[in-house]
Design a binder for this molecule. Structure first.
Ligand code: ADP
Length: 469
C-alpha cells in the first residue's frame, strides 16, 4: 500500500512537471511584449534544468529579484532524464551503511578518472560542499540510499532520480515571490556593455526584448543536442546525434559566452556513446565482451569493425557507416547477462526466432545478414577479433543504434565563485555559470553522479555570487 501511495505521488509529481502548475510564479507562456520593452531584474538565470533552478532558488533566497528563462515549454533539461543518482561524500547515509567515503576519496577518484586533467581547486570546492548539497536535498524531502556497489554514489530510495529532483526544485522555487519563471523564452544573446554583462536578449512567441540584470547566470547545459558544435570542436565525433538528449540542449551558453570573449576548457573531451538509442545507451559489453560475442553490422547487413575495440574507437567506426547507423545483434546467451537484459528492455530490442526474421524486422537484407552471421560463426573475420562463433542460440535480438553525445566534459572556464572567465583567465564582470555549461571539473573522464552534484554546488555558489555581488 505504502509503495502504491509513493508511486501515485511520483506519478502526480511527474504530471505536475510535464503539464505545468497553477502557481503564479511559473508562467506557461509569457505576456506579449513589444520589441521596445525592457524588463529589469537583479539576477537573470538562463536555463531551467537542475543547475538553473538551484541558481535561481539560491539567488532568490539571498533576497534578489530573479527571472529564470527556459526556452522549452517545460522545466528539467537533461537533468530530468538522469536515471542514475548523485555522487557524495561524508554523508550520514554512507556512514550508517558502514561504507565511508571521504572528501579526499572524492577528490582523488574525480582526479584519477579525469586522468589528472580536472582543475584541482574546483574539484576540491565540489567535494567539500557535497555533504551540504545532500543535506539540502534531504531537507527538500528527497530520500536516498547507497548504490549497490559504488561507495561514492547515492540513488533514490524509490522512483526516478532526475524527475524527483526536478519536481523538488520546482516546488522549492514556487515558495519565492521574488522568483519568476518564464517558459518558452529563449535567450539569444548576452548584452555586453563597457566590459560587463548586463542582461540578455530573449525571444518568445510574441517577439524579442531585453532583460536587463545586475548579473546573469548561464545554466544552459552542454552540447547534447548540438552534434554540429560537437563536430566543430571534435572532428572525430562529427556525425553524432542528439538521441540521448532533450531538445533544448543546443550549446547556446557556450555560443553566447564565447561570442563576448569567454574562454573554454577541455572541449576535446566530449563523452560520446557509440551505441545510443533514444534515451538509452547500450553498454558496449554486449558486443565487446569476447566471451559472449554479440556483433555490429551496418545497413548493408555486414560487419565493419572489431567489436572488441575500445568504446572510443567504436565511435568513429559507427559514425562512418551509412547514415551513421549500426545494428546491435546478439543471441540468447547475451540476453542472459545483465547488460544484455537491460539493452533488450531499455532499447526495446526486437526478438526473433531466426536470423532471417530478425533481419526482416530490422529492415536488413535477410540473406546477407544470415551469410554475415554464418561467416562469423565459422570464424571468418577480417577485423582482428579473437573469439568467433557466438551468435548461435535463439532467440536472436537486434536494434538500430547510433553515435550520440552523453555528456559535455568541457565547457566555459570558471572560477571558485562560479564566475565565467575570459580567454585570458580574468573573470567577466556580471557573468556566472553553473552545471554542464561549465568546463574544468572532469577532464578526460567523469565518475557518475558528479554532474548532478556540481549542479547543486556551483548552482548555489553562482546564485549567491550573482545575488550579492
Ligand atoms: P544542467 O544539468 O547544467 O542544469 P540541463 O540540461 O539539465 O543542464 O538544463 C539546461 C536547460 O537550459 C534546458 O532546460 C534547456 O532547454 C535550457 N536552455 C538551453 N539554452 C537555452 C536558452 N538559450 N535560453 C533559455 N533556456 C535554454
Amino acid at each position: 500500500m505504502k509503495k502504491k501511495i509513493a508511486l501515485l505521488l511520483v506519478v502526480l509529481l511527474m504530471a505536475s512537471i510535464f503539464v505545468g502548475c497553477a502557481k503564479p510564479a511559473v508562467q506557461a507562456e509569457e505576456e506579449p511584449v513589444g520589441a521596445s520593452n525592457e524588463t529589469l531584474t537583479d539576477v537573470l538565470v538562463i536555463g531551467g534544468g537542475g543547475a538553473g533552478l538551484v541558481s535561481a532558488i539560491t539567488a532568490a533566497e539571498n533576497g534578489a529579484d530573479v527571472i529564470l528563462v527556459e526556452k522549452m515549454p517545460m522545466l528539467g533539461g537533461n537533468t530530468i532524464i538522469s536515471a542514475t543518482g548523485i555522487a557524495a561524500n561524508s554523508t550520514k547515509i554512507q556512514e550508517e551503511a558502514g561504507r565511508p567515503f571521504t572528501v579526499q576519496d572524492h577528490i582523488d577518484l574525480t582526479m584519477e578518472v579525469g586522468k589528472d586533467l580536472p582543475n584541482l581547486e574546483l574539484v576540491t570546492v565540489m567535494a567539500e560542499n557535497a555533504n551540504d548539497a545532500i543535506e539540502w536535498l534531504l531537507s527538500l524531502g528527497l530520500e536516498y540510499k547507497m548504490h549497490a556497489s559504488e561507495d561514492h554514489h547515492l540513488v533514490p530510495v524509490e522512483g526516478h532520480f532526475g524527475s524527483l529532483m526536478i519536481g523538488a526544485y520546482r516546488q522549492e522555487a514556487e515558495r519565492f515571490d521574488n522568483l519568476e519563471i518564464k517558459l518558452g523564452t529563449e535567450a539569444t544573446e548576452l548584452i555586453f556593455e563597457d566590459g560587463k554583462v548586463v542582461g540578455a536578449m530573449v525571444k518568445n512567441k510574441d517577439g524579442e526584448y531585453a532583460i536587463k540584470a545586475s548579473a546573469v547566470v548561464l545554466a544552459t547545459g552542454g552540447l547534447g543536442n548540438a552534434p554540429d558544435v560537437i563536430g566543430e570542436y571534435n572532428p572525430k565525433y562529427a556525425g553524432g546525434t542528439g538521441v540521448m538528449s532533450t531538445a533544448g540542449i543546443t550549446g547556446d551558453g557556450i555560443i553566447m559566452a564565447t561570442a563576448i570573449g569567454a574562454g573554454t576548457v577541455d572541449m576535446e573531451h566530449h563523452m560520446m556513446r557509440p551505441l545510443a538509442t533514444p534515451g538509452y545507451w547500450i553498454r558496449e559489453t554486449v558486443v565487446s565482451d569476447e566471451e559472449i560475442g554479440g556483433i555490429l553490422v551496418n545497413k548493408g547487413a555486414v560487419r565493419f569493425t572489431n567489436e572488441t575495440a575500445s568504446r572510443w574507437d567504436m565511435v568513429p567506426d559507427v559514425a562512418a557507416q551509412e547514415d551513421g547507423v549500426a545494428f546491435v545483434i546478439f543471441d540468447a546467451d547475451v540476453a542472459e547477462t545483465s547488460n544484455g537484459a537491460a539493452a533488450i528492455r531499455n532499447a526495446r530490442m526486437i526478438e526473433a526466432d531466426t536470423i532471417e526474421e530478425l533481419a526482416a524486422e530490422l529492415g536488413l537484407d535477410p540473406a546477407t545478414l544470415a551469410t554475415t552471421i554464418e561467416a562469423y560463426n565459422n570464424g571468418e573475420d577480417e577485423f582482428g577479433r579473437k573469439t568467433m562463433g557466438k551468435v548461435t542460440k535463439a532467440p536472436f535480438y537486434g536494434v538500430k543504434a547510433e553515435v550520440a553525445s552523453h555528456y559535455s566534459m568541457g565547457g566555459l572556464a570558471f572560477d571558485r565563485n562560479a564566475q565565467i572567465l575570459d580567454t585570458d583567465g580574468n573573470p567577466i564582470p556580471g557573468l556566472y555559470g553553473a552545471g554542464e555549461v561549465l568546463g574544468g571539473l572532469y577532464g578526460a573522464g567523469r565518475i557518475f553522479g558528479n554532474n548532478t552534484l556540481d549542479n547543486i554546488v556551483f548552482g548555489k555558489i553562482a546564485g549567491e555570487s550573482a545575488a550579492t555581488k
